[in-house]
Design a protein around this ligand. Structure first.
Ligand code: MG
Length: 392
């Protein structure tokens, strides 16, 4: 029986993970549930799974949860705050940490889980994008297993031989597939008038608003290129992006002999999560099976870097190294939030990120403190650029 700590329980990765735990009560038990402030979700999870511990980042939410659990006569202990979340991820009784907190808040607990030698199912992009070198060192120092559950990276992991090293032996390049989002094939002129509702309507995956916008700008794919660089140890020039509108091939590995290995499946996050939960075993994920005959064809195309400059910005940030990926990520978060609030046009997201990268002095990303400082500076700079844009 594997004991699970779920960081980010109220999001879509959290919900998929809970579904899998419920399908396999003989294999997995939910020990700890962590969320920012969604009391209703966490209270429902406590009633359904009876975890030992619930941690809320927000103290007021923790207090409300205590009251609700007490009324429901549930004996889950409740803690609060960031230090408690880090401690929860490193508890001795935990085997598997599902790192699905969105944003920079996921960094410290993921590092704590790595140093404590856990199996980490990594969904939090920021841990690798902002602190990739730091996280990979922590994984090695702690003897942790880092298993990606982002569908692309999980696909690549599945296509690599076991224990193949970093960089993996015999690999020529990695191919990350991108659906292209709702605006695949659109020109810059067409993209100028995009609305929030259009940007959030992803054709293949159901996701939160931030990652839906990132998919629409292709920034999500850019962040994934940076993730792949740290995870698999390959340089930028050997990580390629290819548009694939069906989202059926989740990514590919090209070997030096000319072989391409791909992982295919329906667009259901329970597949990569089930793979990483049970690895090296295989378990039922509940995902619909792939109907190859109904699918009939698979399309591939080059991404349009001119219409979708966020992808190029991510390539450049990876090349620049140090804190550049952290600046890219933070500025993008601020710009996307402004877009979602109706304060920026769709095309301005890339412009804000570009300007933040120009204005921020880059540093190394060798400690959590330097990464968090770069993140904070980039947020302030991006906000200043947005304020200037709105005034002009
Ligand atoms: Mg992905």
């Amino acid at each position: 029986m594997k004991s699970i700590c779920l960081l980010g329980a109220s999001g879509s990765i959290g919900k998929s993970t809970l579904d899998l735990i419920e399908r396999h009560p003989d294999r997995f038990s939910l020990h700890t549930v962590v969320a920012a402030r969604d009391v209703a979700s966490v209270a429902a999870i406590c009633a359904r799974f009876r975890p030992r511990l619930a941690v809320m980042a927000d103290p007021a939410a923790a207090q409300l949860l205590r009251e609700q659990l007490s009324l429901a006569q549930l004996d889950t202990a409740v803690e609060e705050g960031t230090a408690a979340i880090e401690a929860a991820a490193a508890q001795a009784t935990i085997d598997i940490v599902v790192a699905a907190i969105v944003g920079a808040a996921g960094l410290a607990p993921t590092l704590a889980a790595a140093l404590a030698g856990k199996r980490i199912l990594l969904a939090n992009k920021e841990a690798l994008v902002c602190a990739g070198a730091l996280l990979m060192r922590a994984v090695e120092a702690g003897g942790a297993q880092l298993l990606p559950i982002d569908s692309e990276h999980n696909a690549i992991f599945q296509c690599l031989p076991e224990a193949s090293g970093r960089p993996p032996r015999g690999v020529r390049q990695l191919w990350l597939t991108a659906s292209g989002g709702p605006f695949r094939g659109w020109t810059r002129e067409q993209l100028a008038g995009v609305t929030v509702a259009q940007a959030c309507a992803h054709p293949n995956w159901t996701m939160g608003p931030k990652i839906s916008v990132d998919s629409a700008t292709l920034m999500n794919k850019g962040l994934e290129v940076i993730e792949a660089h740290y995870l698999f140890g390959l340089e930028r020039s050997r990580i390629r992006v290819i548009l694939h509108p069906q989202s059926t091939v989740h990514s590919l590995v090209e070997y030096t002999d000319g072989s391409f290995l791909a992982q295919l499946g329906s667009a259901d996050m329970r597949i990569p999560i089930a793979h990483a939960l049970a690895w090296p075993d295989r378990i039922d994920s509940g995902a619909p099976t792939l109907d190859l005959a109904a699918l009939a064809r698979l399309d591939f195309a080059e991404p349009d870097l001119e219409a979708f400059p966020c992808l190029q910005l991510a390539f450049d940030a990876l090349q620049a190294g140090g804190s550049a990926p952290a600046v890219l990520n933070a500025a993008n978060e601020v710009a996307v939030a402004a877009f979602l609030n109706g304060k920026l046009g769709f095309l301005q997201i890339a412009a804000i990120v570009n300007e933040a990268l120009n204005r921020c002095a880059l540093s190394s990303a060798e400690s959590l403190a330097t990464v968090l400082a770069a993140d904070a500076q980039a947020r302030a700079v991006a906000q200043a650029v947005i304020d200037e844009t709105m005034r002009s």
